[in-house]
Design a binder for this molecule. Structure first.
Ligand SMILES: *[C@@H]1O[C@H](CO)[C@@H](O)[C@H](O)[C@H]1NC(C)=O
Ligand SMILES: *[C@@H]1O[C@H](CO)[C@@H](O)[C@H](O)[C@H]1NC(C)=O
Ligand SMILES: *[C@@H]1O[C@H](CO)[C@@H](O)[C@H](O)[C@H]1NC(C)=O
Ligand SMILES: *[C@@H]1O[C@H](CO)[C@@H](O)[C@H](O)[C@H]1NC(C)=O
Ligand SMILES: *[C@@H]1O[C@H](CO)[C@@H](O)[C@H](O)[C@H]1NC(C)=O
Length: 294
């Protein structure tokens, strides 16, 4: 269950980061239309150039074809990191460069990018850490520049959050309109002889022009005045649509098929990778001290 929650958090996170760039033709500014769910470049008040720049900044490479074999995906066991030109001592304010090499389960170097690595410098003594930006060279290697902001010792830690194959799967479902989570609508009203009738039916957000509703007798619709979004509930058998009292969270949907599920195994996602674990010694910035005493 928690795993599914995390999956959807990531789906939404990617949503925020990458917007709608994955449909093969690069999105062009859309003329204003009457579908309230579509936000056009016009609505956002940005120029075409700005849109292009954002698309470029949000670009996330990945496999150029559908993945059919698990062993060709990035392996956290065989992927490694190293610190370029590791020295005995550094000064506060210096940078170190970390190179990550992604390999598949057959130990072959990956030929495309898109892996989601996180790299940080940390000190368990100081309970401090700092993350660096991971640059994807799109050839199976990644580089990270880490600032050394404190005096003392530090270690580098790199984790594979998700292989590029998992990111591809997440993108696929992000762009599709399967019902991600379900809600229950609670209806209450009076029946004959002063009895109370309570009915609980399934509800969901109306998705797309047609709506996502496929089962049961359709529908009661409710529009959120503030956001303009429309909710649909299966029509209750005895009560009318205006007898909706409240709604509650129902189940979450896991759209992954058995093949795809393997890529999300605990041993493959959110796993530290091996690499240079040497202690990094960071000395005070003597320039600073010299200046201070001068
Ligand atoms: C609104 O959308 C419908 C269906 O896509 C279309 O036929 C209609 O012309 C649109 N109206 C406006 C004002 O754009
Ligand atoms: C050390 O401190 C001086 C003065 O604040 C600064 O100019 C210099 O860039 C610092 N060195 C490093 C490596 O950060
Ligand atoms: C460390 O990296 C930052 C950002 O890339 C850069 O601004 C800074 O000058 C670098 N510091 C040193 C000492 O190279
Ligand atoms: C990957 O690309 C980087 C940056 O272009 C380059 O420095 C590196 O040599 C390449 N590595 C391989 C294995 O092709
Ligand atoms: C309503 O109550 C009356 C008297 O108690 C009873 O005869 C009748 O069957 C009830 N009707 C329903 C629909 O339950």
């Amino acid at each position: 269950m928690t795993h599914i929650m995390i999956l959807f958090q990531i789906v939404w996170r990617l949503n925020c980061f990458q917007m709608r760039k994955y449909h093969p033709p690069v999105p062009k500014p859309v003329p204003k239309n009457n579908n309230s769910l579509t936000i056009s470049v016009f609505d956002m008040g940005i120029s075409d150039e700005e849109w292009e720049r954002l698309q470029k900044a949000l670009d996330w490479p990945g496999p150029d074809q559908q993945i059919t074999q698990l062993d060709l995906s990035t392996s956290p066991v065989h992927s490694t990191f190293s610190i370029a030109g590791l020295k005995n001592n550094y000064k506060v304010g210096d940078n170190i460069s970390v190179i990550i090499t992604a390999r598949d389960h057959n130990k072959n170097l990956k030929t495309y990018g898109g892996d989601f690595f996180k790299a940080k410098l940390f000190s368990s003594e100081l309970k401090a850490s700092v993350y660096g930006e991971v640059v994807d060279h799109r050839n199976g290697t990644y580089s990270v520049t880490l600032l050394l902001p404190w005096e003392g010792q530090a270690h580098v830690f790199v984790r594979l959050e998700h292989s590029s194959e998992v990111v591809q799967i997440l993108k696929k479902y992000r762009d599709s309109s399967f019902p991600r989570s379900h809600y229950n609508g609670h209806f209450e009203g009076s029946g004959p002889n002063k009895t109370r009738i309570i009915e609980v039916v399934e509800c969901n957000l109306k998705w797309g022009a047609e709506g996502s509703w496929r089962k049961g007798s359709c529908c009661c619709e409710y529009k959120d005045i503030k956001t303009g979004t429309v909710w649909q509930c299966e029509r209750p058998k005895k009560l009318s649509c205006d007898k909706l009292v409240y709604h509650s969270r129902g189940s979450m949907e896991n759209p992954l098929n058995p093949f795809e599920k393997q890529f999300f195994a605990k041993t493959l996602t959110n796993v530290p990778i091996t690499g240079d674990t040497q202690i990094i010694n960071i000395l005070p910035n003597t320039t600073d001290i010299a200046n201070g005493m001068a």
